[in-house]
Ligand binder design. Structure first.
Ligand code: MUC
Ligand code: MG
Length: 367
């Protein structure tokens, strides 16, 4: 059960359809595959998605911090030394997706070693999650078409709509077209990725007051804590903290300060160990939770569902699990399938997925 090596392998897989949102856009999945090897010959895997516009990480930076700082700290520990590992990785500021990928690959290796699914080790509440699809910026008709396709092909009936453009009327028109086109039964919520000021957000939310939104997420700048408190105080839907609450301490500050009333939990940034800390805090604080998407590939998405399905609170709302559908290819031997609006866990030890070595050779970009 001892960790003998950690690999950080960069790969590039283009998106068929780029995702655009207020803080950036993604055309290529330029992620890092992390593999944790043990002295039993077990290999655990996870992926780290660089999101420079959210965390400042880059593909090369993730590899550098893993190779130069994290791997030397973690090699030699047992897979069960997770508190030691968290303490050692925690000495370095930032780098959330690099740390999270190591943590999740360690859990995968532990599950494979014990012959048990990670999701059962984490909590084992259920074996599936309903899926929410994120709709990036486009014209109203194109976004309605995409949502209808997701509903008709995959059974998805929950949609997170990216907003935060100027003028805000562009986004209000999209959300209105989605509600009119899809009818009253779909769940719609909006995510501004910090694009509007607090007062622009309040105004846009008033203009969408008749559209039965389920949540609003991170509409205004993350560090404008007072502006957000003012905004949250006038909303009648839960306000999901995403970029403003990425650690347990930030969650506590945001919620007790009145500037968040719900949480996005992203395994890509808090791994399994840190996500459990955030989730348990959410339980104590009485917050609703949505399993968020860091624009993950299939490996990241199976990590999200493994965690989300493991706990009652994180499996209540549909999880954001479908944006890998827009990638031109992926790394798994058996692609994930979303059917009847659900993503079901893979049976088998660890995360229950295997990396297709041929595909990895094709897409890795370090040789
Ligand atoms: C989301 O929920 O915001 C876009 C930027 C990011 O950090 O994550 C995605 C999705
Ligand atoms: Mg968000």
């Amino acid at each position: 059960m001892k960790i003998t090596a950690i690999e950080a392998i960069p790969f590039r897989i283009p998106y068929v359809k780029p995702l655009r949102f207020a803080s950036g856009e993604v055309h290529v999945a330029d992620h890092v595959l992390v593999r944790v090897h043990t002295d039993d010959g077990v290999v655990g895997v996870a992926e780290a998605p660089p999101r420079p516009f959210t965390y400042g990480e880059t593909q090369r930076g993730i590899i550098a911090v893993i190779e130069t700082i994290f791997a030397p700290q973690v090699v030699g520990l047992a897979l069960t030394d997770r508190e030691q590992m968290a303490a050692l990785l925690g000495r370095t500021v930032g780098n959330p997706t690099a740390k999270a990928a190591i943590d999740m690959a360690v859990w995968d290796a532990l599950g494979r070693t014990l012959g048990l699914p990670v999701s059962e080790l984490l909590g084992g509440y259920t074996d599936r999650m309903r899926v929410s699809h994120m709709l990036g910026f486009d014209q109203p008709a194109a976004m309605v078409d995409e949502a209808e396709r997701m509903r008709d092909v995959h059974g998805i009936t929950t949609f997170k709509v990216k907003v935060g453009r100027r003028p805000a009327s562009l986004d209000v028109a999209v959300v209105r077209a989605l509600r009119e086109g899809l009818g009253p039964d779909v769940v719609l919520y909006v995510d501004g990725n910090r694009g509007w000021t607090a007062s622009e957000s309040a105004r846009a939310m008033r203009q969408m007051a008749d559209l039965d939104l389920a949540f609003a997420e991170e509409l205004s700048p993350a560090d404008d804590v007072l502006g957000r408190r003012w905004l949250v105080g006038q909303l009648d839907v839960p306000f999901i903290a995403d970029e403003s609450a990425t650690t347990p301490a930030e969650v506590t500050r945001e919620v007790l300060g009145g500037s968040a009333t719900a949480l996005s939990v992203k395994t890509a940034r808090t791994g399994f160990t840190g996500s459990q800390r955030v989730l348990h805090l959410a339980e104590g604080l009485g917050l609703e939770v949505v399993m968020g998407n860091q624009i993950d590939g299939q490996l990241g998405s199976i990590c999200t569902v493994a965690f989300g399905a493991a706990h009652q609170r994180s499996s209540l709302h549909a999880g954001e699990l479908s944006n890998f559908l827009d990638m031109s290819d992926d790394l798994l031997t058996e692609p994930l399938r979303i059917e009847n609006g659900e993503l079901v866990l893979r049976p088998g030890a660890g995360l229950g997925v295997q990396i297709d070595e041929e595909r990895l050779r094709r897409y890795r970009c370090d040789r």
